[in-house]
Write a protein that binds this ligand. Structure first.
Ligand code: NAD
Ligand code: MG
Length: 391
């Protein structure tokens, strides 16, 4: 039996993972830990349905409710940031990292120390701490499998190939809800408009990041960190149908494209059963009915996050942690109604400048403490920049 844990079980990726585990033949998986945030009722339901050993909420004040919901079930409960890392220490063969944001960093590192497989949906880990994460995996004989759909697609296109023969990696972007909006309209976009993704059903934060293309920006950096290719080998292309997830170009001119429906259960299922391919209940594409696939160049004026991602990739070091931390703070400010949609990119750009002066963005990351320091500094710089913008 494969022992599995899910960090961020109650989120969009987590629920899709729970769905796949629930469909597996009895005796295939043994569920160790499930974690969530404030959605304690759902976490308890999942823990009972999957007979988990332990359910953990990230928030200590939510523990009494979790305890009450699981009373008499024999399922252990815990709460808080340290409890998340303790849960990641429990022996598991396969761990899904699907907490949203930099909060997923420490549990992911803890899970790697067991030497199993980390299925990585939490792209922020790679953006903030890519070299450290890969080194930790190597030191403990652990394997990281990408779950972001584009990176799973690249990973699949690379199966059996030599990375040295790769000329370029192209990840696709749906373009989000504002793909064809003029700049003036994007500037006035509301929260409700930003979360309404045309193709994918995802958590609120990544949906807004898709609308601003900060999600694609994070994914460009994620591509560089995970596959170790140089920034000038990485491209993003807008593909409104969201059926081609990524393409890998080789030195003989061949392009290997990965095509599939916009359903995260494909990438999750691939990581779950790797190196085999298991049955995954996603829709089968009818190419004749689809008829055509469209591709256009992304617009870095209307979507400045893409330009910033290029700068971050070129700089390396602490730039990713600062970029992500500032982006998370700016996103909170937008969700809170404090800033406009395009202010997010302005704030991140300013935070990169300020932090460069204070800590030097290009300085290598020596430890996770450097990541935390860069993250905190970035959030403060973002708040300072927002105060200036809204004064
Ligand atoms: P979500 O918001 O739906 O779920 C997030 C999960 O993390 C929930 O279980 C929540 O309770 C938990 N969580 C939130 N804040 C936390 C904190 N401070 N500490 C601990 N746990 C916390 O998010 P999602 O859309 O499932 O995305 C999860 C991760 O997967 C993100 O990194 C995202 O970028 C990535 N991802 C998501 C998709 C998708 O289709 N949703 C696709 C690719 C990558
Ligand atoms: Mg993606």
């Amino acid at each position: 039996m494969k022992r599995v844990s899910i960090f961020g079980a109650t989120g969009s990726i987590g629920e899709n993972t729970v769905d796949l585990l629930g469909r597996a033949a009895p005796g295939t998986y043994e569920v160790v830990a499930l974690t969530g945030g404030r959605n304690v009722k759902r976490l308890a339901e999942q823990a009972v349905a999957l007979r988990a050993e332990i359910a953990v909420t990230a928030f200590e004040d939510a523990l009494p409710e979790l305890r009450a919901a699981l009373a008499g079930t024999g399922i252990e409960t815990a709460a808080g940031t340290q409890a998340l890392c303790d849960a990641a220490d429990r022996p598991a063969d396969w761990t899904m990292s699907a907490i949203v944001g930099a909060a997923g960093l420490y549990p992911g590192f803890a899970a790697l120390r067991q030497g199993g497989t980390l299925a990585l949906a939490n792209k922020e880990s790679l953006v903030c701490a890519g070299p450290l994460l890969l080194a930790e995996a190597e030191a403990h004989g652990a394997r990281i499998l990408p779950v972001d759909s584009e990176h799973s697609a690249v990973f699949q296109a690379l199966a059996g190939e030599d990375i040295a023969a790769v000329e370029r990696i192209i990840i696709t972007a749906s373009g989000g809800p504002f793909r064809d909006w003029p700049l003036e309209a994007i500037a006035k976009a509301t929260l409700a408009e930003a979360v309404a993704h045309p193709n994918w059903s995802m958590g609120q934060r990544i949906s807004i990041d898709s609308a601003s293309m900060f999600n694609k920006a994070l994914e460009l950096i994620e591509t560089k960190e995970f596959f170790g290719v140089s920034p000038d080998q990485i491209e993003a292309v807008v593909h409104p149908e969201s059926l081609v997830h990524a393409l890998v170009g080789f030195r003989d001119g061949a392009l290997m494209a990965h095509i599939g429906p916009p359903d995260m259960r494909h990438a999750i299922g691939y990581a779950l059963t790797w190196p085999e391919r298991g049955e995954v209940p996603v829709a089968r594409l009818d190419l004749a009915a689809i008829g055509q696939l469209n591709f256009t160049a992304p617009d870095e004026v209307r979507f400045p996050a893409l330009r910033l991602a290029r700068e971050v990739m070129a700089t390396g070091g602490r730039a990713g942690a600062v970029f992500n931390g500032a982006k998370e703070a700016a996103l909170d400010l937008f969700i809170g109604g404090r800033i406009g949609f395009l202010d997010m990119a302005r704030i991140v750009e300013r935070a990169l400048e300020v932090c460069d002066g204070e800590i030097g963005l290009g300085k290598p990351l020596e430890s996770l403490d450097c990541v935390t320091e860069a993250d905190h500094m970035a959030r403060k710089a973002a708040h300072d920049a927002a105060a200036v913008l809204t004064a």
